[in-house]
Write a protein that binds this ligand. Sequence first.
Ligand SMILES: O=C(O)C1=C[C@@H](OP(=O)(O)O)[C@@H](O)[C@H](O)C1
Ligand SMILES: C=C(OP(=O)(O)O)C(=O)O
Length: 409
Amino acid sequence: MPAVDIPGSKSITARALFLAAAADGVSTLVRPLRSDDTEGFAEGLVRLGYRVGRTPGSWQVDGRPQGPAHSEADVHCRDGATTARFLPALAAAGHGTYRFDASSQMRRRPLGPLTRALRDLGVDLRHEEAEGHHPLTVRARGVEGGEVVLDAGQSSQYLTALLLLGPLTRTGLRIRVTGLVSAPYVEITLAMMRAFGVEVVRDGEVYDVPAGGYRATTYAIEPDASTASYFFAAAALTPGREVTVPGLGAGALQGDLRFVQVLRRMGAETEITEDWTTVRGTGILRGLTVNMRDISDTMPTLAAIAPFASGPVRIEDVANTRVKECDRLEACADNLRRLGVAVVTGPDWIEIQPGAPWPHGEIRTFGDHRIVMSFAVTGLRTLGLTYDDPGCVRKTFPDFHEAFAALAG
Ligand SMILES: O=C(O)C1=C[C@@H](OP(=O)(O)O)[C@@H](O)[C@H](O)C1
Ligand SMILES: C=C(OP(=O)(O)O)C(=O)O
């Protein structure tokens, strides 16, 4: 049973860094993800005046419940939306002037609903160029708390940022949410807040977050389930190939592990125990229609193996994949068409017809790590694929190419 060692979860590492920074002592994060996104998050904390010690296998963070240590900082959030959306919320809880900028793609990605909600809570926040986009400056003097309404139809990260901020406000937060996408990421947030001592009370679309701050702790980071999807898809694509990921089992926090259920519906054999998950290729790969609103980071993974299915693959309810590292619906369609595959897209869906892709071609990555990693799976069956920017995997998995080549043998 070949076990694949998947690096830590990006989403869990980012949250753990925030929570540890906001807690009342030193926290230790065990097996954090080392990648551009999470190094960028840690670097952002350092710019704000937090102490982050990085040793192989664990990071130590000195918490400051009262907010950033520096009264002025310029933070570059790189390409990471968790950094770009969570850190302004953390900064708002402090006292000082904090400017946030990001990569050109991250500047294009929206955060208006979050910044509007912060302003509704009394935060002095100004966008320098386009309203609702980076760069922005927060002139922070703490946040009183109260009730706020949030549209989370583009991104659950807006809600996570407000939830994480809640315990740092003076009186707590009540958040009324509409249109939530990527809902399982909010479950990760709530579970991790609990691990750092905060219980959020939820009643339907209303979240009540108590004031009172976080408790420092030692927190072990799960392997990244979105990253694991490439390895599981590789197994499903190849009769007799088996991939086991230790550390991702039935109790895992990440919704993206549900991608395994999609592979099972298509015909793969799957096994999920308490401690690990296995996918085995059977030679059967059926087409299907699937709603991926909850797990849209795995949409490109499915799109990349879809041509090998015996019937059409239709992926629905994934409009917000158009505002990620690139427009992922069009990037997937563009690359599949370049390989001779018939594809149609709509505002929030993509439908891919069966048909063997041409054996050669250059994948246009659009600077998106998931386009590279997804089409690497296609490449198991179309051996001549190249990429215009293979290094963009650094965002979440710098060693992806080596790890994937080891699997492919
Ligand atoms: O909260 C998080 O860590 C994330 C939430 C999701 O984003 P959206 O809520 O914007 O879909 C996901 O795509 C992203 O990779 C990580
Ligand atoms: C969308 C992603 O990242 P983020 O939104 O955190 O930049 C991703 O990793 O697929």
